[in-house]
Design a binder for this molecule. Sequence first.
Ligand SMILES: Cc1cc2nc3c(=O)[nH]c(=O)nc-3n(C[C@H](O)[C@H](O)[C@H](O)COP(=O)(O)O)c2cc1C
Length: 178
Amino acid sequence: MDVLDAIRAYRPCVQYQSRPVPSEKLKNILAAARLAPSQRNMQPWRFVVVQDDERKRLLAQASNRGKLIAEAPAVIVAFSVEEDIPVTIGGYISAYPLDVAVAVDHLQLAATAEGLGSIWIIEFNEEKVRTVLHVPEGIHPIGIIPIGYPAETNGSAKPPDDGRKSPDEIIAYNEYPW
Ligand SMILES: Cc1cc2nc3c(=O)[nH]c(=O)nc-3n(C[C@H](O)[C@H](O)[C@H](O)COP(=O)(O)O)c2cc1C
């Protein structure tokens, strides 16, 4: 599957089969995240793979999307590492979470190419995630990403551009027209 196919095929996965994710596929997915670009090549991301049922159950309690976290056979938690010299964009947007977002997108597209479903969850209680995974200071969870084979009923019939704004609404040329 090429990257455009993966972009078009991706659907947020909200129902998972229980069959395990083959470790080779998991490795490929994490390898794609590792190759993501980042500002100054800082690579300010870390990933914790959670497959242990009890740990997943505890992690699930940190989110109102806990059912997905508990049911998916694998869960990847993506973290942003605070750097000593913080870089900001326009003086107010921290660059590190952006770098991690790029890596998570790589990860999700690679999962799609591997025939796996995923969804990025940001609705979680940071303190609870920190406690369950023993996260040290200076490291921040950016996303919890359940991964697994999508259930047949996942809603894959929905077209990928469902609900998306039209090109005219979001793209302009030469100047900002709105
Ligand atoms: C950065 C990011 C954070 C998200 N956080 C959540 C979340 O916390 N809970 C959730 O159910 N879905 C979450 N999603 C999934 C989006 O809700 C979903 O992609 C969006 O509704 C579009 O769905 P659609 O592609 O079916 O139209 C997140 C997606 C992104 C990209």
